[in-house]
Design a protein around this ligand. Structure first.
Ligand SMILES: Nc1ncnc2c1ncn2[C@@H]1O[C@H](COP(=O)(O)OP(=O)(O)OP(=O)(O)O)[C@@H](O)[C@H]1O
Length: 209
């Protein structure tokens, strides 16, 4: 299966185009890196690929069909700030089970302690909260994960632990991952190939596949 961006273009209101005629193909099981300077449009591209924003030009296809609307999408996005992506009035158990019901083994692999399930989001550290957001996105229906600076706020040891489990899981499930990061060391270590957004975007006819 492939996640494909075909000639996509996006800009905010009347601002200049962030990218245009941009093509990208992510294959199942592939770990693809996306690097680029701050402000060049990485997060915007991640949101468009995951269907959070609609491309103003071109299309996004998952397995040759448009992204599904109104039901669980096979393309999931995890971004840098877990506190902004959880409902502060929900217990962690409910947050976790929004998309699926992960078993204890998955929780243990990501270092989630059972007693955290009955806490509120503000009773966890950023790193603990992010583990929940990662697991929440990893339903068996997830085919592609867009990891937008997913571990940027974590210490080096936690970052390494999470990526070790992520990569093992990607292999087991043939999951494709787009690793959006400004950390060259991380991208070079975990990715099969890397795109430099600066060199290919900005209204040029860019094609990456
Ligand atoms: N909702 C918005 N409305 C208007 N402009 C926006 C909006 N979100 C982002 N931008 C602008 O679009 C450009 C790209 O932002 P984006 O967050 O995609 O960049 P980025 O490459 O992910 O940056 P960083 O690495 O700093 O997170 C920036 O100039 C930003 O100011």
């Amino acid at each position: 299966m492939q996640l494909e961006a075909k000639n996509i273009g996006f800009r905010y209101r009347k601002k200049p185009w962030l990218f245009r005629n941009f093509n990208l193909t992510l294959n199942s099981g592939e770990i693809l890196g996306l690097k680029g300077q701050s402000g060049c449009g990485k997060t915007t591209l991640a949101r468009v690929l995951a269907g959070y924003e609609k491309a103003l030009e071109g299309s996004i296809e998952l397995g040759g069909a448009p992204l599904p609307k109104g039901r669980y999408s096979g393309v999931q996005l995890v971004f840098q700030h877990p506190e902004k992506s959880v409902n502060p009035r929900w217990h962690m158990r409910d947050i976790l089970q929004e998309g699926w019901r992960p078993d204890e083994e998955v929780l243990a692999r990501f270092g989630i302690q059972p007693e955290w399930l009955s806490r509120w989001p503000n009773e966890l550290s950023g790193g603990e909260l992010q583990r929940f957001c990662v697991v929440r996105a990893l339903s068996p229906e997830t085919k592609f994960l867009i990891a937008d600076e997913m571990t940027a706020m974590l210490d080096a040891i936690t970052q390494a632990q999470i990526w070790q489990v992520m990569l093992a899981l990607a292999k087991e499930r043939n999951l494709g991952i787009l690793v959006v990061s400004h950390e060259a060391e991380l991208v070079n270590r975990v990715c099969d190939r890397v795109i430099e957004l600066d060199s290919v975007h900005f209204e040029r006819n860019s094609s990456v596949s």
